[in-house]
Every structure is written in structure tokens, then in C-alpha cells.
Ligand binder design. Structure first.
Ligand code: ZN
Length: 185
């Protein structure tokens, strides 16, 4: 499969698999916007040098949030893309608090490519939190999310300085928004 075919098919499949899903924020953006943002971030971060990584970024939530299997991804794409998606997938059988703690614990043990997807994912999520937070999240919930994202990312550092800077900028923006909210209370 050519690079163009691989990435185009990943975009198309992601749009189909996540059709009807929306982000949690008040703007309720189509979920595929998040996937495209994560894919664009890893593509920029790697200068477009790793097509499987870009496809995996586009598909990174397919197992976790769309019920797609590793075998289906391997079948539609290739085993490397499927392995990368699996590497950034939480075990949904576990309690949410356990999953969040595991993300912090497991982050340093991930491959450099999985770290890139996770950094881009957390960057996209913090940008969304700053621009369009979920309506039912109070200040403490938002602050706790920012703190958790920073603890996960602490274990992802040392692989891609550009992505880390994008994350840091997003985290600083959330902090500004939260401080402004605190002053308005
Ligand atoms: Zn995601």
C-alpha cells in the first residue's frame, strides 16, 4: 500500500468508525476532528517520515472508543499500525481511576512512537479543555485533569521536543483559562 493510500484510508475508516461520536466539550465537535488533530501533530512532529505512525494516530481511539479490534486494524492496514493502536489503548475492563493511574505508570515504558501519539493526544485534549470544556466540569475537575495530563506527559518526555513544546503551550493556556475563571468566581 502506498503512503497516500494508507493515510487516506486511515482518515476514511476513522471517520466511519467514529461517525456520530462527538467531543465532550460544549462545542460538541465531531470526534474525527480530534483524530485529525492528533494525526496532524504527529505528522508535523516527525516531518511526515513515518506513515504507519500517522495512520495509527488517526486510528488511536478505534479500539478503545469504537469497539474495533486489533485484527480488524491489522487486516485493513498492517500489523504495525494495529500494534501501535493497541499500545496506546487503555483496558476498559479496568476501573477509570485504575486506568488513569496506569497511564501515569506505563508512560515511560512505551515505545517512542507510542509516546508521540500519547503526547499529541494529551495536547489535543488540553487544547479542547481550554477552548471548549465540558459543561459539567467545575474548576476542580478541570484542574485535576490538567494535573493528571502533566503527570502522564512527565513520563513521555525526552523523545520529541517539538511535541513537548506543543503540550506545554496547551497546558499553559489551560492554566490561564483556569486562573481567569478563578478570578471571576
Ligand atoms: Zn484521543
Amino acid at each position: 500500500m502506498t503512503t497516500i493510500l494508507l493515510v487516506t484510508r486511515a482518515c476514511h475508516r476513522a471517520a466511519q468508525w467514529h461517525a456520530g461520536q462527538r467531543r465532550k466539550g460544549v462545542a460538541a465537535e465531531p470526534y474525527v476532528n480530534h483524530l485529525a488533530e492528533v494525526a496532524a501533530l504527529v505528522a508535523e512532529a516527525t516531518g511526515g517520515s513515518d506513515p504507519n505512525l500517522i495512520a495509527a494516530a488517526m486510528l488511536h481511539d478505534a479500539i478503545e472508543d469504537a469497539g474495533v479490534t486489533h485484527a480488524e486494524i491489522a487486516d485493513h492496514f498492517n500489523p504495525d499500525v494495529a500494534d501501535l493502536v493497541a499500545e496506546v489503548t487503555d483496558d476498559k475492563a479496568l476501573d477509570k481511576h485504575v486506568r488513569k493511574a496506569l497511564q501515569v505508570e506505563m508512560a515511560p515504558k512505551k515505545s517512542d512512537r507510542a509516546k508521540a501519539i500519547k503526547l499529541a493526544d494529551k495536547t489535543s485534549n488540553l487544547r479542547a479543555l481550554a477552548a471548549s470544556p465540558p459543561a459539567d466540569w467545575d474548576l476542580a475537575t478541570k484542574a485535576a485533569y490538567l494535573d493528571w495530563a502533566r503527570r502522564v506527559v512527565a513520563g513521555l518526555r525526552g523523545t520529541n521536543a517539538w511535541l513537548e513544546a506543543e503540550f506545554d503551550a496547551a497546558a499553559a493556556e489551560v492554566e490561564r483559562v483556569l486562573e481567569a475563571e478563578l478570578r471571576d468566581d
